[in-house]
Design a protein around this ligand. Structure first.
Ligand SMILES: [Zn+2]
Length: 86
């Protein structure tokens, strides 16, 4: 178990091995989004740095399916020709 203190001053205890509600991987660290959302998902990224697509942002099942694959795949091999207008 770990503890996190938010700017509000409230401290929460959480299980760092509990699955993130978005990607399903262990949360590791609490994010500003809460103790059940990992810091990567809180920023809209996979753990290899790839941004979630709009489709994925509204369909967390897709993220759960893809999150594990992305762990082993560097972001620069994962663009699939999609250009982000940024
Ligand atoms: Zn996550």
């Amino acid at each position: 178990m770990k503890k996190v203190t938010y700017p509000s001053g409230k401290t929460y205890e959480y299980d760092e091995n509990a699955p993130c509600i978005i990607c399903g991987l262990p949360v590791v660290e609490a994010s500003m989004g809460g103790t059940v959302i990992c810091p990567w998902c809180d920023c809209g990224n996979y753990r290899n740095g790839t941004k979630f697509t709009l489709e994925e942002e509204v369909n967390h099942d897709l993220i759960k399916k893809r999150a594990r694959e992305k762990l082993d795949r560097p972001a620069n091999n994962d663009t699939m020709g999609v250009k982000d207008g940024g």
